[in-house]
Every structure is written in structure tokens, then in C-alpha cells.
Ligand binder design. Structure first.
Ligand SMILES: *Cc1c(COP(=O)(O)O)cnc(C)c1O
Ligand code: SF4
Length: 280
């Protein structure tokens, strides 16, 4: 009921040069292929796109988006997302992958999907072979170890066994996972199942989700906790998404490094202070 917050916290609507593209960076962009997801997350940053009806992006809008990429040689990476990109049929996905991979300057195709957690049955050998054929990389979202169900593990195994890179982008959420042991455990479980820990997103100021907000100090404390206490592979990059579509800002515990006279003061994971001289 509390309507505080923004409908489009990242100003994506203003970063659309053509078709269903969101472009904020010089050499990578997003194509939104659907507004549908198997399950709707309370904290979704794209909730403005979710209506009463599921709607895939029209073939014309996808073609216009691909044409923009074709004519912009700086674009080396294309993210296919939604909604959930895996709600498209394999045939429609293949058509997009095929067109993109025929563009010489497109080096990487990535899809955004949360089906590993929300609809793991979508992932089967046929899909994995399709992703492998076009060397598509996967970004997913597990926010809590409890989401890594036996079905999710089977879906992860299917992808990873076919050589597909799977990275996790988790969202920090108050009273869901804003706890250092919870974040450590979730990332260690993902590590165990061969999912690469990628981002920990600070919650965005999405309309009606104020109850999920946390202070940045909490995220920094969690990041500090992870140092030395877990594998480096279980440490995400903690990111704040600048409002107005200004992009991702990585956040690092501030006591870690400080400029002092003639050099730097560094704090180790056990809170030991060391100094390092400037290189002459
Ligand atoms: C997050 C994002 C990307 C991808 O960024 P990476 O840091 O490479 O994961 C690309 N385009 C837009 C608009 C984004 O918001
Ligand atoms: S899966 Fe992603 S796009 Fe879909 S509702 Fe959740 S956060 Fe939004």
C-alpha cells in the first residue's frame, strides 16, 4: 500500500534508442523480449512492465532492435532479457541467437533468466544444446540458499554439464537475506553447484518496496565479513545502481584502503593495519 519509490528507478524508458533496447553503456545493451516471468518478484525493478497480460515483444520490434545492433559496431555484447528470456520458445530464441551471431561485431550473447529458481523444468537438454550452439552465457538470480532446491540443482547441472557459464546476480533484501551468514551460505551453495558468484545488488528504490531497503553500511559490513572467511569465488561485487540510469557503481568496504602520507593504509580481513609506500 505504501507507494514510495520510483516506477522506473533506472530510467530505462529514457535509455531506449530503438525497438525494445535499453542502452546505457557504449559496448553492451539489453533487448527486452517479453514482459512475462514464471513468478513475479516483489522487488522487481521492471514491475512497470508487468500488467494484467503477458506480452512477448513483437517480431517487428525485435527485428528493429537487431537492426540497431547491426548498424552500431561498438556493440560487442547483447543481453537478452525481459521479464524472463526463457519464457520464449526455443524456436523464437534460436531465431534471435542466429541473427545476432551473424553480426560480426557481436562477440557475446547473454540471457537473463530466473527460471533456474522459478521454473527449473524449463531447462532441459534441448535448451542446453541450443545455448551451447550459440555459446550463450546465462545470468540468473538466486537470493537465498532456500531457493536452491533439488530441481534448481538439476537445472544448474544440465546447463553447466553442457559447458554453459551461469552467473548469479543476487539482490540484497531486508529481512530476506541482509545477513552476513545468509549471504555467505547462499554464495557457498552456488559455488558448490558451479554457479559463478557475480553481483550483489543493493536494492533499488522501486515503488512500493521500501520495506526491502537497507543501508549501504549493511552491505559493506557483509562484504567485509566475506573477506578471508570464504573462498574468493564466493565474493560477489557489491553494486549500487545509480538513479537516473547512470549505471552500476561498485561498492567496497571503505576501511579497506586509505591514502595516508607517503602511501596507503590497508586493513586486512582480521582488522590488522598495514601500510604500503607509494611506488617511487
Ligand atoms: C546491468 C546492465 C548491463 C550489464 O552490465 P554488466 O556489468 O556487464 O553485467 C548492460 N546494460 C544495462 C542497461 C544494464 O543495466
Ligand atoms: S524474475 Fe526478474 S524480471 Fe521477473 S519479476 Fe523477478 S526480478 Fe522481475
Amino acid at each position: 500500500m505504501d507507494e514510495d519509490g520510483e516506477l522506473d528507478p533506472m530510467n530505462e524508458e529514457q535509455s531506449n534508442p530503438s525497438g525494445r533496447i535499453t542502452r546505457r553503456y557504449p559496448n553492451k545493451l539489453i533487448i527486452n523480449v517479453t514482459n512475462a516471468c514464471p513468478m513475479y518478484c516483489r522487488h522487481c525493478q521492471r514491475r512497470r512492465l508487468i500488467g494484467n497480460f503477458d506480452k512477448n515483444t513483437s517480431k517487428e520490434d525485435i527485428e528493429t532492435s537487431i537492426e540497431f545492433i547491426r548498424t552500431h559496431q561498438t556493440i560487442r555484447e547483447v543481453l537478452i532479457t525481459g521479464g524472463d528470456a526463457l519464457l520464449l520458445s526455443n524456436n523464437r530464441l534460436e531465431d534471435i541467437f542466429n541473427k545476432l551471431s551473424n553480426i560480426p561485431h557481436v562477440e557475446v550473447i547473454r540471457i537473463g533468466t530466473r527460471t533456474l529458481a522459478t521454473l527449473p523444468f524449463r531447462i532441459d537438454d534441448e535448451l542446453a544444446l541450443l545455448l551451447r550452439k550459440y555459446k550463450v552465457q546465462v545470468s540468473t538470480q538466486f537470493n537465498h540458499a532456500c531457493e536452491i532446491t533439488p530441481e534448481a540443482v538439476r537445472a544448474i547441472d544440465t546447463l553447466v554439464d553442457h559447458g554453459i557459464l551461469v552467473r548469479n546476480q543476487m539482490v540484497l533484501l531486508h529481512n530476506v537475506n541482509d545477513d552476513k551468514y545468509c549471504i555467505q551460505k547462499t554464495n557457498e551453495e552456488l559455488h558448490k553447484y558451479r554457479v559463478i558468484t557475480y553481483y550483489l545488488f543493493h536494492p533499488k528504490d522501486v515503488k512500493s518496496t521500501k520495506h526491502f531497503q537497507v543501508d549501504i553500511s549493511k552491505g559493506l559490513e557483509i562484504m567485509k565479513h566475506l573477506e578471508g572467511r570464504t573462498s574468493g569465488m564466493c565474493k560477489p561485487t557489491y553494486v549500487y545502481n545509480a538513479p537516473g540510469g547512470l549505471g552500476k557503481v561498485p561498492l567496497v568496504p571503505m576501511e579497506n584502503i586509505e591514502c595516508v602520507e607517503n602511501g596507503y593504509k590497508l586493513i586486512t580481513w582480521e582488522n590488522k593495519t598495514i601500510t604500503k609506500d607509494f611506488e617511487k
